[in-house]
Design a protein around this ligand. Structure first.
Ligand code: BDR
Ligand code: CA
Length: 306
């Protein structure tokens, strides 16, 4: 069975790789891509989504641009991780396609019907706007699989993961919506590092493989410098992989609350794994992952692209 998915993203190296993994996988069918400001400004993340689709020869998949800024905060980008373009590393061609006219929040509402899984891999601003403008969506949206948050340490601050930190109000809205959410956080994504050896297996493959190898050269240099890692976590691809093969990651049901009013902890995803707060479960949270199988899936699938 093929699951239709919509990827709401801010490419971003790992967002681009997540899109390519989806395009290479028969278990899922990307029916649209929407973009949000996050890793870079909206014009750049939108351009990068168009470029990524075209690298895989899938410029036919519609792209809709969404929020230029978080709901109630100034945008904080991650240029220190993803560079000035948001996809530093490979030479980026000028995309030949244009985004559709509709705002991502409206386009998402149009695309969502029973059976479609929404896979956000950036700040949740577009999803929050969608819920505000289209309050009927929760009745037909079965599932969200979000890359974001952390049970333990954050990355943009000690307390917060980047996607949650950029727009905590949006994240709080989405986690309060009642829509089943799976949170694929840093606790699992940091367990699977894409190494230089993985990149070399892709460099000689097709155009998409070379593109991913060149993205990884840049992305990995950041993770070596900043974490001393011998590879880079391809965070966003793990959310797509969870839809492709749910046996890769184990999850636990928990309440997740998002901190929005703290000097030091804004954007923290407070995950109550042991029911200490008495708050109801509102998410399945990634606890562990079969890193080897995930990385093998990623490499072999992307190597199969032209
Ligand atoms: C998340 O933040 C972004 O920089 C990545 O694209 C990923 O979605 C990881 O914290
Ligand atoms: Ca992202």
């Amino acid at each position: 069975m093929t699951t239709p998915i919509v990827i709401d993203c801010d490419p971003g190296h790992d967002d681009a790789i997540a899109i390519l993994l989806a395009l290479a996988s028969p278990e899922v069918e990307p029916i649209g891509v929407t973009t949000v400001a996050g890793n870079q400004t909206l014009d750049k993340t939108t351009r990068n989504a168009l470029v990524t689709l075209e690298v895989a020869g899938r410029g036919d998949i519609p792209v809709a641009a969404g929020a230029e800024a978080p709901l109630r905060r100034d945008l904080r980008t991650a240029a220190h991780v993803h560079g000035e373009t948001g996809l530093d590393g490979p030479e980026l061609p000028e995309p030949s396609e244009r985004p559709v006219e509709a705002h991502a929040a409206d386009f998402l509402a149009e695309l969502i019907e029973p059976g479609v899984v929404l896979v956000p891999t950036g700040p949740l601003t577009n999803l929050a706007l969608m819920l505000e403008r289209h309050p009927d969506v929760p009745d037909r949206l079965e599932r969200i699989v979000w890359m974001g948050g952390a049970i333990a340490e954050g990355n943009i601050t000690p307390a917060a993961e980047f996607n949650a930190f950029v727009d905590p109000e949006a994240a709080a809205t989405v986690f309060a919506s009642g829509i089943p959410i799976t949170m694929v956080g840093l606790d699992v994504t940091h367990k699977a590092l894409f190494t230089r050896a993985h990149a070399e297996r892709l460099r000689g493959a097709g155009r998409a493989g070379r593109f991913v190898a060149e993205l990884s050269d840049f992305f990995q240099a950041f993770h070596e410098r900043s974490y001393g890692f011998d590879g880079s976590p391809i965070h966003d691809a793990m959310a797509v992989a969870h839809v492709i093969d749910p046996t890769l990651m184990t999850t636990r049901g928990a309440n997740v609350a998002i901190e929005t009013r703290s000097d030091h902890c804004d954007g923290r995803t407070v995950v109550d794994l042991r029911g200490r707060t008495g708050r109801e479960r509102n998410a399945e949270v990634g606890i562990d992952v079969d890193a080897e199988r995930f990385l093998e899936l990623l490499v072999t699938r992307i190597a199969s692209l032209p």
